[in-house]
Design a protein around this ligand. Sequence first.
Ligand code: CP
Length: 318
Amino acid sequence: MLLRAQKTIKASAFNTYWMLEKQHIVSMRDFTREDVTFILDYAERMFPFARTGIELLQHKILALLFFEPSTRTQLSFDSAMKRLGGSTLSLSSEDSSILKGETITDTVKVVEGYADAIVLRHSREGAARMASEISNVPIINAGDGAGHHPTQTLLDLYTIRRESHLENLDIALLGDLKYGRTAHSLAYALNMFDANIALVAPDGLQMPSHIVDTLDSVTVTDNIDDVIHEVDVLYVTRIQKERFPDPNEYLRVAKSYRIYRSMLQGARDDLIILHPLPRVDEIATDVDQTKHAKYFQQAFYGIPVRMALLSIVMDKLL
Ligand code: CP
């Protein structure tokens, strides 16, 4: 269990909480439902400070090691750290000694001397787990290949709880469920909350069976029309072009699904549509103006959630 270090009772804000001590955030599988609920509640406490800031992590430094492209995860961690009064160091593969052949292991061992926590995005599945085994400061997985993206999942859950509900949830995950790490992490987490999950993917891009087999209430289909009128949340993902070993295989499935405004007729009135972004063409822009579209709000919620996580891993609680 991730939040295993120290079970502490704090008299003030919470009845019970788990304080992390040099702990890592690698996979949703390391969390319990109780852990997740604590983090979401704590993110709610951070929410008022997501724009104004709060001096909680002065003199703390966060290293952002992004060896794959990112807009939201990198900038929102950067913003979250600065909103907490801390500072950041950034490194990408283009401007690091990785280009000279330095290993990720050596890079982490060096950067742990420069920062109080490390956010790592890497193309190799398992990279964050490996880094967590050798690092003396917390490693936060910002996406490891087609593996996991736990902080995205926590902000997805936060969005669902704020904009819809987590109890008795009917949700469809649509898109590239084979390579989409956000969908993998989210499926594990939703199962903790007893959600009814519809997995909707083109032929060849369904969720790996080792994940499907862990889900308690699941429907598998290739047709969004089967489920779009029966869900509270439609979670859309892009096809992960960069993960296809064979470009022809990508071309076979490219543009195989797209959500249009007209498809939402007959949907539940309070349906919300989420997307981890970036969007390519899987949601038509005319959906953006509907009351259902919550994906830009979802991206903003990355700030309070990541403020909460940084505060927890750096052991400076509000
Ligand atoms: N959702 C997400 O991970 O976006 P970025 O790739 O832009 O960080």
